[in-house]
Ligand binder design. Structure first.
Ligand code: HEM
Length: 419
């Protein structure tokens, strides 16, 4: 058996938090290996990267999620008892429920709602001095997500609910104060959603049957039991909260259009579904999810390396999306690379790898891509704007990350025919 190279340092949790998106790629470079072992949060961990690594990581016979997710992430980002941490039949049942809410018709509904809110906001931007696109996208997606999910959102609480969702997503990078804010936000967010589920179950609030709130309030698990109130709120949150993450990709797309102006014209013309290629490249190139964790289900050997039952394994998501074995000029933003791309469920994994139905791959991947395509087209076709001098750099040490200025635009004008 080949020994797995060991990273320097006793426990690398702090380096991971400090180096952020750089940590795994830097270690791999230093050791010249796509596999290495270290200690994270006091546990032995094996870190792996690349297409083949992703393929083994998403094999349900070899890996499980039970016990893999750090407690702070449950308390702030995902919610306790959510499908992210389930295995086997309970996961299959829950995943089926999620995918049944994200049918092509419902994806279209969400895109339409999101565009409606975007168009209304763009109207307001015309009379404003300057707007930060990041904040605006977060509000638009909260409004659209709630409306789509059947979650009533009073005008007076839009800001509060948006801030809560943003705080939960912003909490995953390891800073203690952001974690505290995220946990507080989640407590209030779940309390709000529990009340809504309760009133649906009591028949006081009757949302349409195709909404997430209806589906989750009435869902039966694999044993025929409804969700307890807490789990129902957690999963209702999972049906629209992650949309907020799309705001980061939307802002990175706006940045890419600004830095590569030719892409803007190509999106506007949209020949060969250029807006799709552009959206895919935004998801590949820009950082959002750094890594995923799972535990070894049973002893096995892979490429002569031994994986022992219950070992924590961390898959380098960011590094796999930029792995030179899978991508030519991996460090360059090149939407055209997706023109003749053959597809691979394991080389391109910004929202997880493998199969959406049987594995943990993101249930909202198509929602994300369709919203991105529609928004980029709207930006390229329906509005003009200036991008004044500002700090557009983004930190690879901060997780999650975004252009520091929030991408401010001024002199917004809607095209005459979009009114
Ligand atoms: C799972 C990323 C948007 C719902 C995941 C996973 C990742 C991810 C990395 C976990 C994969 C794994 O466990 O191996 C993202 C990113 C998004 C996004 C980067 C946008 C920028 C969405 C949206 C929704 C959504 C819009 C729904 C509204 C879910 C759900 C799961 C999931 C329900 C759990 C799947 C499971 O455990 O089987 N996402 N996601 N996500 N995502 Fe997303």
């Amino acid at each position: 058996k080949t020994p797995i190279p060991r990273a320097k340092g006793i426990d690398n949790s702090l380096s991971l938090i400090k180096e952020g998106f750089h940590f795994l790629p830097n270690q791999r470079k230093e050791m010249q290996s796509d596999i290495f072992k270290t200690r994270i949060l006091g546990q032995k961990a094996i870190c792996i990267a690349g297409e083949e690594a992703a393929e083994v990581f998403y094999n349900n016979d070899l890996f499980k999620r039970k016990g893999a997710m750090p407690k702070p992430l449950k308390l702030s980002l995902f919610g306790e008892g959510s499908l992210h941490g389930l295995d086997g039949e309970p996961h299959k049942n829950r995943k089926r429920m999620f995918l049944s809410m994200f049918t092509p018709e419902r994806v279209e509904d969400l895109v339409d709602l999101a565009l409606k809110h975007l168009d209304a906001k763009a109207g307001e931007w015309q009379s404003q001095d300057g707007v930060a696109v990041l904040d605006q996208m977060q509000e638009i997606l909260t409004r659209a997500g709630c409306e789509w999910a059947g979650v009533p959102l009073a005008e007076g609480e839009v800001q509060q609910r948006t801030d809560e969702v943003v705080a939960m997503v912003d909490s995953f990078g390891g800073s203690l104060s952001r974690f505290r804010d995220g946990k507080k936000a989640r407590d209030s967010h779940e309390e709000w959603l529990q009340k809504i589920i309760k009133s649906v179950r009591k028949g006081k609030y009757n949302p349409p049957e195709n909404t997430a709130v209806y589906t989750i309030a009435h869902h039966r698990d694999e044993k025929g039991k409804p969700f307890d109130l807490h789990t129902a709120a957690v999963e209702l949150s999972n049906a629209f909260r992650p949309l907020i993450a799309t705001a980061n990709f939307l802002v990175f797309g706006a940045l890419a259009m600004h830095e590569h102006p030719e892409t803007r014209q190509k999106i506007a013309a949209d020949e060969d579904r250029y807006s799709h290629m552009f959206s895919q490249e935004v998801r590949r190139y820009y950082p959002f999810v750094p890594a995923m964790a799972a535990k070894v289900k049973k002893d096995f050997t892979w490429h002569d390396y031994t994986f022992k039952k219950d070992t924590l394994v961390i898959l380098d998501i960011f590094g796999t999306n930029r792995h030179p074995d899978s991508w030519e000029q991996a460090e360059t933003f090149l939407p055209e690379r997706f023109k003749d791309w053959q597809g691979s469920p394991f080389a391109f994994i910004p929202q997880g790898g493998g199969d959406h139905h049987i594995g943990h791959r993101c249930a909202g991947e198509w929602l994300t891509v369709y919203v991105m395509r529609a928004f980029f087209k709207y930006f390229a076709q329906n509005i003009s704007y200036d991008v004044p001098e500002q700090d557009l750099s983004y930190s690879l040490e901060r997780m999650p990350t975004f252009p520091k200025s929030g991408f401010v635009i001024t002199n917004v004008k809607k095209a005459a025919d979009s009114d």
